[in-house]
Write a protein that binds this ligand. Structure first.
Ligand SMILES: Cc1cc2nc3c(=O)[nH]c(=O)nc-3n(C[C@H](O)[C@H](O)[C@H](O)COP(=O)(O)O)c2cc1C
Length: 211
């Protein structure tokens, strides 16, 4: 096996480490995340991993907005009002449940895609690929540090109230929340992984157009 450049360990060990890390990562939902979250140093290290994402044109076409505990009530209100906008008949229990989502994970960040005009004008899909890689780097880094982590989205992402709370600019699109903390005990079903035959094919002379 060829050595990855700058690898700190034997290439076989590096692959085993990475495949164990990636293969054992799973979503931990915010209701199962408790204190402690990452320390400031750990948080900095996680952000450095996000910054290592592939990024065509070096645009950094994504950013993260931390919602500290002192500001969670504002996000909670946006979640509740976004629900009431969608469903004016929402009950007080449903409104309380919507609010509660803002208060769960020790570290909560909004992931924002920056899709407005930039130079070079890297296509939107490529920017989203970069954002996905940055988020995966964060999730894997958090997992490697022993934290639980998961993404949450939902219809509030499309609410103008959320846009206003975070003062998002033109072309900035909130995509999901990144939640990180200490996972409580308890079983959580592991997601089924697709097998390669489901997502890999080989171009051949008689390849048929996709359905
Ligand atoms: C952009 C994005 C948003 C997500 N939002 C939610 C969500 O709102 N609620 C949820 O339970 N899971 C959410 N997930 C997590 C997926 O459900 C989860 O990744 C999937 O079930 C596979 O499980 P795994 O992460 O354990 O492999 C989201 C994932 C992505 C990529």
């Amino acid at each position: 096996m060829n050595a990855p450049p700058d690898a700190a360990c034997d290439p076989g060990d590096a692959f085993a480490l990475v495949s164990t890390l990636i293969g054992s990562r799973q979503t931990v939902l915010p209701r199962r995340l408790v204190e402690p979250g990452p320390t400031p140093d750990q948080f900095e290290a996680l952000l450095a991993l996000a910054a290592a994402a592939p990024d065509h044109g070096l645009l950094t076409p994504w950013r993260f907005i931390v919602v500290p505990v002192a500001q969670r009530h504002r996000l909670a209100e946006v979640f509740a009002m976004a629900l009431s906008d969608r469903d004016p008949g929402a009950t007080t229990v449903q409104m309380a449940q919507a609010r509660e989502k803002a208060h769960r994970a020790p570290l909560l960040m909004l992931a924002v895609a920056c899709l407005g005009p930039r130079q070079p004008d890297t296509p939107m899909l490529e920017r989203l690929v970069s954002m996905g890689a940055a988020i995966q780097n964060l999730l894997l880094g958090a997992h490697a540090m022993g934290f639980g982590a998961g993404l949450t989205s939902g219809q509030a992402m499309g609410s103008p109230r959320l846009h206003a709370l975070f003062a998002l600019g033109d072309g900035e699109v909130p995509v999901c929340c990144v939640n990180i903390g200490t996972a409580t005990r308890g079983s959580q079903r592991k997601a089924l992984r697709p097998v390669p035959a489901q997502f890999v094919s080989t171009l051949s002379d008689d390849s048929m157009p996709a359905r």
